[in-house]
Design a protein around this ligand. Structure first.
Ligand code: ADP
Length: 725
């Protein structure tokens, strides 16, 4: 029944378009439509396939929709009805994109037909018909409106909803009457026939069926024949229902005959189609391919859009990176050049500083050595005087001289070692000493400065402090000498008080709190840190005092060597207090041990023969005096070669060897002595720093080193140790 209407939906109105490509596509479609009418499916498919390709090339949705629609009709009619649906759906898709209402009407109607006649699914077909109707009403096309309504009525009747269908059927009456075509009239009357037959109004039904048959038989169009087959059948059913079997048979016979005729045609059509089946398949594949390519293309298009976007983003980021890299590089290059210059400058400065430091170290070392030698004389001679004139033992002047000389000597030693102080290369000695004695010696030796500045110099000593402590009394004196002399220098008409107080006892350690307080000029807060730096002196208006600026830095380092820290409290115009707390051993057994060692050395009865190799005359006198006072037999020689001779010819228990001698030095002399196989212990007696010569001394075969000036007890201890060995 549907075939009747197909033509309407497929040909529509072709616009005469100017563009040749478009025109050619339109022509293909028109020819395809005609071929479909003539049941030439092969040709129709060929042409609609061509039209589809052209439509894709033109990107024309209207043409695409029309081509798909026609392909759908061909497939449905001549190939496989089931496969037609997807082409109608494609057609609808493009129709919607095209905004062309006529195309939408045709496609919706074909879809409605497909569901109605192929699937008997009226629930699904009605919405498509109604959509077609909506579009037809939109463009005020009364013919399309009429066909759509007839289709809807048919579908409702098919679904047994006669009343709903009748409303649509009734509304077409006027249009059917004014239409010049037989098709709508035939459709209209056959539907009315069904309707009245259903209601049991048989006369009315028969009237309309007859009208429909009259129209069908009058028109010799093939397409109407197909419709007429159904009308005969329906009419036969009608009479059967009524019980008029004769009439029923009559119409059934007509139905069969016509069907036979159409069926035969159909067969020839089928045969024709069968021959082209393979080709149809081929078209099918080609159509699929076009479809596939289209999907691929749109996918590719999407992908390439994404790629372009990504590329742009990456390019942008790269540009940014490049820019920042460039900036960075420029900056780095600039910084690098600056750094290189600065480095070169620094390198130069470093080299200069190293050179200067080297020179300074060398200078200090040489000067110290040169100072030590005469100082050894001063200290030695003072000792000799004291020895020879026992009545002078209590002379404060002589004691001050001795003390000052010793202080000067240790200062020289510290100067020599000031570069090594940071490395803590000074090792503290362990000596027995008495704090009141040490302090009063310092106070006595500085009394003359006190008098000069009209200062009172007081001491305050805690009686709880043990009598004998063990520690480096020389370094402690050095600290006090610096602090007290500073206090006296920077105070006028005031008081300087030196105090020592037992702070606490921890095991065998006695912690003594020492303080040097004055009522002098004071130190400004901003200067209080600076004064501990080397060679720093604070400017003073009426400052006329002597000093090196080294005192406090030595004090600070020495106090730290003792494991303590120096504290400073000062107020400008009011005075200054330096204080620190140090721990000393007061172990009785240790004290006895030390005393015993010295006792042994000093009270030895045996007479040892000592060979002294020394070029300095004063030092010869001093050393000889020390040794002889302590019962050693002493031979003095002033040059190395003479010493070698003496050792070859005579026996000596010990050799005291000066290092710095003009003709052959102490190292060379020792080397020659050892070469001759003489094993007499050799003690280097030198003003050099111990660390400086240690390595060389050991390598040439020297047994021990004693630095001048020395405590006699220390020398005796070393001598007795070596002899015992
Ligand atoms: P010097 O005494 O040789 O100048 P110091 O290192 O001992 O060097 O002292 C550094 C500076 O600290 C002194 O120049 C002085 O300005 C200040 N100073 C040290 N002790 C005192 C003090 N008791 N009262 C005031 N100023 C002091």
């Amino acid at each position: 029944m549907k075939t009747l209407f197909c033509g309407l939906w497929l040909l529509g109105s072709f616009l005469a378009l100017a563009q040749p490509a478009l025109k050619s596509a339109e022509q293909s479609l028109q020819q395809a439509g005609t071929a479909f009418y003539n049941l030439d499916g092969e040709k129709s498919l060929q042409l609609s396939h061509k039209a589809l390709s052209q439509a894709y090339a033109l990107k024309n949705d209207v043409l695409m929709s029309k081509a798909y629609n026609l392909i759908g009709l061909n497939i449905e009619e001549f190939y496989d009805p089931n496969k037609a649906l997807k082409y109608y759906q494609k057609a609808l898709e493009h129709a919607k994109l095209s905004q062309n209402d006529s195309v939408k009407i045709w496609v919706n109607n074909n879809l409605g037909n497909w569901y109605s006649y192929r699937k008997n699914d009226f629930q699904k077909s009605i919405p498509y018909y109604k959509e077609g109707l909506r579009n037809a009403e939109k463009i005020n096309d009364w013919v399309e409106v009429m066909y759509a309504k007839l289709s809807i009525a048919g579908a409702y009747f098919g679904a047994n909803r006669f009343q709903e269908g009748y409303v649509f059927l009734k509304s077409t009456e006027a249009d059917v009457n004014r239409s010049k075509d037989d098709e709508p009239k035939l459709h209209y009357h056959s539907l009315l026939g069904s309707y009245y037959s259903h209601l049991g109004q048989y006369l009315k039904a028969e009237f309309h069926y007859e009208k429909a048959i009259e129209l069908g038989e009058k028109n010799k169009d093939n397409l109407l024949d197909a419709y007429l087959i159904d009308v005969y059948n329906d009419f036969s059913d009608h009479y059967k229902k009524k019980g008029q079997f004769e009439k029923a048979l009559h119409y059934l016979t007509l139905h069969k005959e016509l069907k036979e005729k159409v069926y035969n045609d159909d067969r020839s059509k089928k045969a024709k189609i069968a021959g082209s089946q393979i080709e149809i398949d081929e078209y099918q594949r080609q159509i699929d391919k076009i479809e596939g390519e289209k999907t691929k293309q749109s996918k590719y298009l999407k992908e390439s859009k994404l790629i372009v976007l990504l590329f742009v983003i990456i390019l942008f980021i790269l540009l940014l990176l490049l820019f920042s890299l460039y900036k960075n590089n420029a900056f780095r290059e600039k910084t690098f050049t600056e750094l290189k210059d600065a480095y070169a400058e620094l390198q130069l400065a470093k080299e200069k500083a190293e050179e200067a430091s080297q020179l300074k170290t060398q200078f200090v070392s040489t000067i110290s050595h040169e100072l030590r030698t005469p100082l050894y004389g001063v200290v030695g001679i003072t000792n000799i005087i004291l020895d020879e004139h026992k009545e002078l033992a209590h002379s404060p002047h002589l004691n001050s001289l001795k003390f000052s000389a010793r202080y000067l000597l240790s200062l020289v030693n510290d100067l020599l070692q000031i570069n090594k102080i940071e490395e803590n290369k000074i090792t503290l000695e362990h000596m027995i000493f008495n704090i009141p004695d040490e302090i009063s010696t310092i106070v006595d030796s500085l009394e003359f400065i006190a008098i000069k500045n009209n200062n009172k110099l007081q001491t305050e000593l805690d009686t709880a402090i043990p009598e004998f402590l063990i520690g480096d009394k020389l370094r402690l004196s050095q600290v006090f000498m610096n602090l007290v002399s500073n206090a006296l220098k920077f105070t006028k008409d005031g008081t300087v008080k030196v105090s020592a107080k037992l702070d606490r006892i921890e095991g065998s350690q006695y912690f003594i709190h020492f303080a040097v307080a004055d009522t002098g000029v004071g130190i400004a807060p901003e200067d209080q840190k600076k004064i501990f730096e080397k060679f720093v002196q604070i400017e003073r208006k009426e400052g006329d005092y002597q000093g090196t600026g080294l005192g406090l830095s030595i004090v600070q380092r020495l106090v730290e060597l003792f494991g303590s820290t120096i504290e400073l409290e000062s107020e400008l115009g009011k005075g200054t207090t330096f204080s620190f707390t140090m721990g000393f051993e007061a172990d009785e057994s240790k004290r006895n041990e030390i005393l015993h060692n010295i006792d042994v050395d000093l009270s030895t009865v045996q007479v040892y023969r000592i060979l002294v190799v020394e070029d300095n005359k004063i030092n010869q006198v001093v050393t000889k005096k020390i040794l002889e006072t302590n019962h050693f037999k002493c031979t003095i020689l002033d040059d190395g070669y003479a010493a070698i001779d003496a050792l070859e010819n005579e026996h000596y228990d010990i050799v005291l060897m000066d290092i710095n001698m003009p003709i052959i030095n102490g190292f060379e002399t020792t080397k020659l002595i050892r070469k001759k196989g003489i094993q007499t212990p050799i003690i280097a007696l030198t003003a050099f720093d111990k660390q400086e010569i240690m390595e060389q001394a050991i390598s040439v075969g020297i047994n021990d080193i004693i630095i001048k000036p020395f405590e006699p007890s220390k020398l005796f201890q070393v001598i007795s140790n070596l002899i015992e060995q």
